[in-house]
Design a protein around this ligand. Structure first.
Ligand code: CTP
Length: 391
């Protein structure tokens, strides 16, 4: 695991500043150290006291603040930072960055920095669409400044369009992606996730309790590590991970077809989805009416996606999940051999399903490697780092 990262969060004067309160909370929860610096106009939208309470550190606004020991806040505040994130970044502040202006603490800090600069624009759609703003952003990108967003949707001014700042959760995802070492650059990964749904009639189906959290976490972390990720998702209510191509496939057959359509050139295939082993022989066209005392539904076996991929000539590196309610290691070991997998992840299913945490054992040619119960995001990191070692 990497050491904790440290971020200077620069807040400029836009209404989206209110979202930074939540952002600071999420960053700190993710073990990212945050130093807040605000422009004078940002303090009209959210108070330094709020940001200080959330970040647990004094907030700096003016150039002449006496709270810095050496009297040089513009150098000192970013000296130990791994990055500076400007969120929200107004059109005016972008113009200042572009021209290397330094007439307040935050712009001076940016000019004097020795670390990457990340920018989350926030403005009304006309301001965003203005050729001057577009020119400025093109130049910022050329100057190697990372631009997160903007998003599209309803704006504080009542209009709808491009320009609004991304939400706190999305910004956290971009910051985490920025900080993750790119050990999977140039690698292609295909991941299945979530539950499948086998329809019985137009309104009923057979499904399971898989939430998709493990597969979605893997897709996000793999993309953060630089991989080109395709996520074939069954039923899940989670939001799409960032920088991931997502394809929805609800039934086992649709999932099989989607995986087969996308498997060419993949370096790694990870089957995380809880794929139904059986589907109804026939799907009724109309809602089935109740009549007799009992009803029998004939089921047919679905194809095993993972086993089929792993048994191809020149298969990608194949990883399976074995979520078992008993004899976890024994069943997982048997599955790894039967499906010819390089690696299988064994876990006890009842405590893992729907949870944000998982306790896993990785089983490969070298034996069993057990890990403490931890978040699914941490499990994803552990698993991907392990795959990288085996590759
Ligand atoms: N899997 C798959 N296609 C299927 C069934 C399973 O790709 N039709 C994959 C899962 O995504 C998982 C692994 O195979 O990575 C093991 O799935 P699991 O449901 O635990 O095992 P099964 O092979 O279905 O065996 P059983 O249900 O008897 O435990």
């Amino acid at each position: 695991m990497q050491k904790n990262k440290s971020l200077v969060l620069g807040i400029t004067g836009g209404i989206a500043a209110y979202k930074t309160a939540e952002l600071v909370r999420l960053l700190i929860k993710s073990n990212i150290d945050v130093q807040v610096v605000m422009t004078e106009s940002a303090t009209k939208f959210i108070t330094p006291m709020t940001m200080q309470a959330l970040s647990g550190k004094p907030v700096f606004v003016g150039m002449w603040d006496e709270g810095i020991d050496n009297g040089m806040p513009h150098i000192e505040l970013s000296r130990h930072a791994d990055a500076i994130l400007i969120a929200p970044c107004t059109a005016e502040f972008v113009a200042k960055l572009l021209h290397g202006r330094a007439d307040d603490l935050l712009s001076t800090l940016c000019l004097a920095r020795d670390c990457p600069l990340l920018v989350a624009p926030a403005m009304n759609k006309q301001m965003w669409g203005n050729p001057a703003t577009q020119r400025n952003f093109t130049q910022l990108a050329a100057d190697n400044i990372s631009i997160f967003g903007p998003g599209n949707g309803e704006q504080a001014c009542g209009e709808t369009g491009d320009g609004r700042m991304l939400g706190a959760t999305e910004l956290l995802a971009y910051v985490q992606a920025h900080f993750t070492p790119k050990i999977f650059a140039n690698k292609k990964l295909l991941i299945t996730a979530g539950a499948t749904l086998e329809m019985i009639d137009p309104v009923r189906g057979i499904t399971n309790l898989s939430s998709g959290k493990m597969g979605y976490a893997l897709a996000q972390v793999a993309a953060d590590m630089g991989a080109k990720v395709t996520l074939v998702s069954g039923v899940s209510h989670l939001s799409a991970p960032i920088n991931v191509t997502i394809k929805h496939a609800s039934s086992a057959e649709m999932m099989y077809n989607t995986v087969m359509d996308n498997i060419a050139d993949q370096d790694i295939f990870i089957g995380v989805a809880a794929v139904s082993d059986y589907a109804p022989n026939e799907v009724a066209n109309q809602k089935i009416k109740k009549s007799a005392e009992s009803l029998t539904i004939q089921l047919k076996r679905n194809k095993d996606i993972l086993a089929e991929i792993a048994n191809r000539p020149n298969p990608p590196f194949c990883v399976g999940f074995a979520a078992e309610s008993e004899n976890v290691i024994e069943y997982a070991t048997q599955k790894r051999i039967a499906k010819k997998l390089a690696l299988i992840v064994a876990n006890e299913v009842i405590s893992a399903i729907g949870s944000d945490e998982n306790q896993v054992t990785l089983i490969d040619d070298n034996g069993n490697h057990s890990f403490q119960r931890t978040s699914k995001v941490n499990v994803a990191t552990i698993l991907l780092e392990h795959i990288n070692k085996l590759l």
